[in-house]
Design a protein around this ligand. Structure first.
Ligand code: UD1
Length: 430
């Protein structure tokens, strides 16, 4: 079992390059199966969830050519099976994008019910409502979602709740449906715009992505394209929080600063100075951070995927902060771990009340999910002494070479895979 081991207390300084957005790339890879021509995707993050999805796409019969860690070409003309089920795909949430893609192209999809991080109940009723409204028959049995249609027909769909996954999935299915589909109360996240741009570059007709009404006129065929995925706003935000928590000064490069506005705004309230450039943001941390209030909301609100990292920053800010989680009910699982590092946090319902302490103290902690794992790494970097983060396979689902990037910024961190290696690291740094 691999672990991160960190010797805390080193200020982060320098520059870090952000990779492609995992959540955009997952949907784009699924959508790439919707044409018989070859699609080339660049700026792909080389992380576990992406590799699992690519393997599933290959198992469908598609030709997948990983030209380099960050570039892949996919040719869907060889797809002969519409069923996706293996022990790995069951663990990733984004497997559901293959339902929209396969149903849209082949009118037939059978996909293992999505898993993913256990951050709360994660229904897919809105996805199913959308597919049914377009004329599909959808059944859930034996752990699979089976969706079939004679021919999908465009329609008017109102989403009862703002959902990233449902918006993208319905958009993909509608791209090749007959006639016009209107999605109302659509999610507006940057990756929705990215997936729409990608589909449009393949010949789809999608307008309004990034607003709450998306209009799609179905086309009968999609064609080849070359496309680069947008930068990952959550990876960027994670490094911004790491800079803030360690009292650092870090230039986060290859980002779209607009996508980071909610995180930047909260870090400014916490006392950081943020400088915005065309494709970079610089975070300069104060001597002591200040308390603030954070509520997670759909974009352009504060992202739920940044909630644990921001809570770690506020855990060492002067005064009392509150963090309200309004998207997923189970996203405070890191609190017990952080408490073991000295944090004073009380969770009441969906609100965490944080009384800032001066410093975390190193401890052995478990990553309960992807973003919470990254947050515990930040706590370890900011803390005193040695922190060991277990279960880092969660973190590796969404961060590429996290420890290497942090080391370049001056962090003392390593990935170890045995007690022997762990003790060697501790001996070396003490
Ligand atoms: C995606 C992201 C995840 C991020 C989340 C919110 C991927 C692979 N994952 O997840 O990292 O935290 O957006 O930004 O891109 N809901 C329903 N019914 C549905 C679908 C969702 O009730 O059919 C609810 C969910 O329980 C949740 C809310 O809607 O409370 C938002 O979920 P959603 O935006 O769909 O998140 P995901 O697409 O699962």
């Amino acid at each position: 079992m691999e672990q991160y081991v960190i010797k805390g207390g080193h200020t982060l300084h320098g520059e870090v390059e952000i990779g492609g957005a995992k959540n955009a790339a997952l949907a784009i890879l699924a959508a790439a199966t919707m044409t018989d021509e070859t699609v080339t995707i660049e700026n792909l993050p080389d992380v576990r969830d992406i590799n699992v999805l690519l393997q599933a796409i290959e198992e469908l019969g598609a030709k997948v050519n990983r030209m380099s860690p960050h570039k892949v070409s996919i040719n869907g003309s060889f797809i002969r099976s519409y069923c996706v089920d293996n022990e790995f795909i069951r663990k990733i949430r984004a497997s559901y994008y293959l339902i929209g893609a396969l149903l849209g192209k082949y009118n037939n999809a059978e996909v293992a019910l999505p898993g993913g991080c256990d951050i709360g109940s994660r229904p897919i009723d809105l996805h199913i409502k959308g597919f049914k409204a377009m004329g599909a028959e959808v059944e859930i049995a034996h752990g699979l979602v089976a969706a079939k249609a004679e021919k999908l027909k465009g329609t008017h769909i109102y989403l009862d709740k703002v959902s990233v996954g449902a918006t993208i999935n319905i958009m993909m299915a509608a791209a090749m449906a007959e006639g016009k589909t209107v999605i109302e109360n659509a999610a507006k996240e940057p990756h929705i715009v990215d997936v729409a741009n990608f589909l449009n570059s393949m010949g789809a007709n999608i307008r309004g992505a990034g607003t709450d009404v998306i209009r799609i006129v179905g086309v009968s065929k999609l064609h080849s394209t070359e496309y680069a995925v947008i930068p990952d706003q959550i990876e960027a935000g994670t490094f911004m929080c790491a800079a803030a928590a360690t009292g650092g000064d870090v230039l986060v490069k290859n980002v779209i600063p607009k996508h980071l506005e909610a995180t930047s705004a909260k870090l400014i309230e916490a006392g950081c100075k943020i400088e915005e450039y065309d494709d970079a943001v610089r975070v300069i941390a104060p001597k002591r951070l200040t308390h603030t209030q954070v509520t997670t909301l759909p974009y352009p609100g504060f992202p739920t995927d940044m909630q644990p990292q921001m809570a770690v920053v506020l855990g060492i800010a002067e005064g009392t902060s509150t963090v309200t989680e309004s998207i997923f009910e189970n996203r405070f699982k890191y609190v017990d771990e952080l408490t073991r590092m000295g944090a004073t946090i009380k969770v009441e319902g969906n609100v965490a009340i944080i009384s800032g302490i001066k410093k975390y103290t190193g401890a052995r902690v478990n990553a309960p999910d992807l973003r919470a794992g990254a947050a515990l790494v930040i706590a370890g970097l900011a803390g005193e002494g040695i922190t060991v983060v277990d279960d880092i396979h969660y973190v590796e689902r969404g961060y590429e070479h996290l420890e290497e990037k942090l080391r370049k910024l001056g962090a003392v961190i390593d990935k170890v895979s045995s007690e022997k290696e762990l003790h060697k690291f501790i001996l070396k740094v003490s």
